[in-house]
Design a binder for this molecule. Structure first.
Ligand code: GUN
Ligand code: FE
Length: 426
């Protein structure tokens, strides 16, 4: 495939490469190269000319709760723990109904497609049938997903509390079934967080992680009351991060921990050594008054970080808006901590594309050998009134977040159409 347009990507933190009127050549799923003039060996081959469109890497969202898509924007009068009890658990309990789950998952996948999130790591719910259905539909969608059945066997309402052994058995069944039946959609172990998983369950999940060499996702140190509760539940383990380590749940370079706001220096050392990906969720942290992750400091320490939406703690699945919120939040943090400079938009954009994409391998930039994931952006009539540089167009798209500017989407080298057109988007 050969595409022509103005390409903009962030190959490293803080760097933007802008290539006006360039040619991008792909082979199978991956980028071959980006050229100012088409190399002679490709002459005469068909070119998809996107004209003056801006072509950027598609987004990867490494922390999103698929069932909570129905709740986005609701219930931000409470902090994390009462928010879970009051709004989130009742919403997730609805996914015991397979017909409801089917409709909601299709709408979820349509929605991610619309906002330009073409790869993701999602929490499903505790329900085996619903989690499997999300895996199957993701496989059909053309998007690339890691999906986890959530594990919860303590401190949960009756409707969302599992028997420990059943939780492990259901998890193992989905691991095996997805390996046999699916090509692109993979299972990710998903203990909700320490307060909702007993030591026995965490231990069993750690063993499944080893047995099947699986990635893991969970929550870490989001809210002060949560951190205090974990200390009470595990008085013999010094820190929240070490609880996960103790049960084998910090798998080397294969773990995503969301939030990671209230951490000691020792915890940061451990997270760095384990290559844990910290998913920074600026919208959620603001909506639930959780705190501000010291992203500049963490990046300086060499921690792996990305930008994620955390729907429905985050009120929108738009990664564009999460990128802008990351910059905004880091500016507020900088007011209280003048030693921590705010992130630039280019840095936050990197964290939502190449930074997050690295969890999937060579994903998130237009470099040779990288999977070709892209969004084609066309200015609206309003934005076309004034001539803009490619960077200004990126700025306006990220801050405004209007997905109607996305004219086409490519994932792993293929054009992706709306996955479930029988459900209307609007
Ligand atoms: N901690 C445990 N569960 C959740 C959840 O669903 N959302 C967020 N933001 N934090 C959590
Ligand atoms: Fe979350």
């Amino acid at each position: 495939m050969i595409l022509k347009g103005t390409f903009l990507h962030a190959p490293t933190l803080g760097e933007l490469e802008i290539r006006p009127n360039a040619y991008l050549v792909t082979k199978n799923t991956a980028v071959v190269g980006l050229y100012d003039t088409l190399p002679p060996e490709y002459e005469g081959q068909p070119v998809t000319d996107w004209g003056d469109a801006l072509i950027i890497p598609a987004f990867t969202d490494l922390h999103i709760h698929a069932p909570q898509i129905i709740n986005r924007g609701i219930g931000y009068d409470k902090e994390l723990l009462p928010w879970l009890e009051t709004y989130t658990f009742p919403a997730e309990a609805r996914f015991a109904d397979p017909a409801f789950a089917d409709r909601a998952w299709k709408a979820f996948l349509n929605h991610l497609w619309a906002v330009g999130t073409l790869r993701f790591s999602a929490f499903a719910t505790i329900h085996k049938e619903a989690a499997w259905r999300l895996m199957e539909l993701t496989e059909q969608s053309g998007l690339r997903g890691l999906i986890g059945k959530v594990n919860m066997d303590r401190n949960s309402p009756d409707s969302l509390r599992e028997d420990t052994h059943a939780s492990l058995a259901d998890t193992e069944e989905l691991i095996c079934r997805s390996r046999e039946e699916l090509r692109h959609t993979r299972f990710i172990l998903t203990p909700r967080f320490v307060p909702s998983t007993t030591p026995e369950l965490m231990d069993g999940l750690g063993q499944l992680g080893e047995k099947y060499d699986l990635p893991i996702q969970s929550h870490l140190s989001e809210n002060p009351s949560e951190v205090a509760w974990v200390a009470q539940l595990h008085p013999d383990i010094p820190t929240y991060t070490q609880v996960y380590e103790h049960f084998g749940l910090l798998r080397q370079d294969k773990t995503i921990m969301a939030h990671a706001i209230h951490l000691s220096d020792g915890e940061k050392d451990l997270l760095k050594n384990k290559g844990v990906m910290l998913a920074h969720c600026a919208l959620s942290n603001t909506n639930l008054s959780s705190g501000i992750m010291p992203l500049r400091q963490d990046l300086g320490l060499g921690l792996r970080c990305c930008v994620a939406s955390d729907v429905a703690g985050g009120h929108t699945a738009s990664m564009a808006r999460s990128v802008a919120a990351t910059v905004q939040t880091s500016k507020l943090n900088g007011l209280n901590h003048p030693d921590q400079s705010p992130l630039s938009l280019a840095e936050a954009f990197y964290l939502a594309t190449r930074g997050a994409g690295s969890f999937f391998g060579d994903v998130g930039a237009f470099l040779p050998g990288f999977e070709f994931d892209a969004l084609v952006l066309r200015p609206s009539t309003l934005d076309a009134l004034v001539e803009r540089t490619p960077f200004e167009r990126l700025e306006q798209f990220l801050y405004d977040g209007d997905d109607r500017n996305i004219a086409a989407r490519y994932c792993a080298g293929s054009l992706v159409e709306q996955p479930f057109p029988e459900l209307e988007l609007a």
